[in-house]
Design a binder for this molecule. Structure first.
Ligand code: COS
Length: 382
């Protein structure tokens, strides 16, 4: 591939590729049609160590560096974005936050299960009224003796109906980012109800939910980090999450390239395979360049993290470019397929539907551009 990867990196990627070829790709279209991936996939992801990557083994994880994580996420994204999303959220947004900010008790009670795939996590930040403007979230946590009572609503929560634990961001203080605190809430706590969000354009296999909190009581031991630190925890988590999503987008774009090249070799028009038509080759070349460039941007972020360097702006660049590259790749692949791309006999229509959300979630393309712009100029334009 593009860089001289170590044998360990190659082995992790090969393991993920083999798993995807055997257990994901053959089922992806059916999961999409029935709007649910097979839930047993969660345990399989845990058994293979994919839900514990980068979490130290002594905390129940499978170790490995962030490049390994990105290689695996790329392969999962190549197979099915809904499956990739399970890992991005339960590991990338929840387990990693517990590892970084959780108490000893939170780490020992959740990390072994989350990493093994016997429990699943969801990240409850977005609300019906606050998406990009996350610092103004309205879900409240009020003190009641030694406990907290949570009231409010969270929307578009990946893994929401499947999760055993939700990392919830709620307002414990005044307005703005400094009034937000993070809590780990078990999803069977009384007062917490979950509703599946149906009718999505893509990611149909993924469990996406609205969570409603009506006086949900949690003890102070459920608080993650200090009071008022929740927004910083969420933003730090999302920086790495953006890399994970970008890695998935690389896999999606690669899947588009693979499908389009294969089809261009098989489909004949004007007396020759369409691969022999210059304008078709142009589409293939553009997908290939987009995919390779996105991959290198992702690997740069992984390398920065593994060397302990700042990486937030680079993560925004990778997320912005890779998500838009995935949408372009899927659109071009569909163009190569012509009418056959428009029916679900072939996978490219699903790729386009799955790709489309990636410029929206984990920070829209517009938010990424504002973050990059602020880093360049020192001026916040939001
Ligand atoms: N890591 C750690 N701390 C961070 C941080 C990061 N990446 N980004 C911001 N912070 C801190 C800041 O340092 C600041 O701390 P102080 O109060 O000590 O100064 C605080 O958080 C507030 O930061 P900021 O002023 O930048 O917050 P804003 O509300 O102005 O804007 C944006 C933040 C718009 C960038 C943020 O809300 C954002 O990223 N929104 C998109 C949300 C998103 O991705 N949603 C998808 C959810 S998951 S599907």
């Amino acid at each position: 591939m593009d860089l001289n990867l170590s044998p360990e990196h190659e082995a992790s990627r090969a393991l993920a590729a083999e798993f995807v070829a055997r257990e994901v790709t053959p089922h992806a279209a059916e999961w999409d049609r029935r709007e649910a991936v097979d839930r047993t996939i969660v345990k399989r992801l845990g058994d293979l160590g994919f839900l514990g990557l980068t979490i130290p083994e002594e905390l129940g994880g499978s170790g490995g560096d962030h490049l390994t994580y990105c290689l695996v996420l790329e392969e999962l994204g190549r197979g099915d974005s809904s499956v990739r999303g399970i890992v991005s959220v339960s590991l990338g947004l929840v387990a990693k936050t517990i590892a970084a900010h959780g108490s000893d008790n939170q780490r020992s009670s959740w990390l072994p299960r989350l990493c093994a795939g016997t429990a699943l996590g969801c990240f409850a930040l977005t609300e019906p009224g606050t998406g990009s403007d996350a610092a103004n979230l309205e879900t409240r946590a009020l003190r009641d003796g030694d406990d907290w009572l949570l009231t409010g609503s969270k929307l578009f929560i990946t893994n929401g109906t499947w999760a055993d634990v939700a990392l919830v961001f709620a307002r414990t203080g005044g307005p703005g980012p400094r009034g937000v605190t993070a809590f780990l809430v078990e999803t069977d706590t009384p007062g917490l109800t979950r509703r599946e969000v149906r009718g999505k354009l893509g990611l149909r296999g993924q469990a996406t939910a609205e969570l409603t909190f009506e006086g949900v009581r949690v003890s102070d031991a459920a608080r993650v980090g200090a009071e008022g630190q929740g927004f910083k925890i969420a933003m730090g988590t999302l920086d790495k999450g953006r890399m994970s999503l970008a890695a998935g987008c690389v896999g999606l774009a690669q899947a588009c390239l693979d499908a389009a090249v294969r089809y261009a070799g098989e489909r004949t028009q004007f007396g020759k395979p369409i691969a022999g038509h210059q304008l078709v080759q142009r589409h293939l070349a553009q997908i290939a360049v987009d995919t390779a460039a996105a991959r290198l941007l992702v690997w740069r972020v992984a390398d920065l993290i593994d060397r302990g360097q700042p990486f937030g702006t680079e993560a925004s660049m990778a997320k912005l470019f890779a998500s838009e590259a995935a949408v372009r790749a899927a659109d071009r692949a569909l163009q190569v397929f012509g009418g056959y791309g428009y029916i679900d006999e072939y996978p490219v229509g699903k790729y386009l539907r799955d790709a489309r959300v990636t410029t929206l979630y984990e920070g829209t393309s517009e938010i990424q551009q504002l973050l990059i712009g602020r880093a360049l100029t020192g001026v916040a334009a939001f």
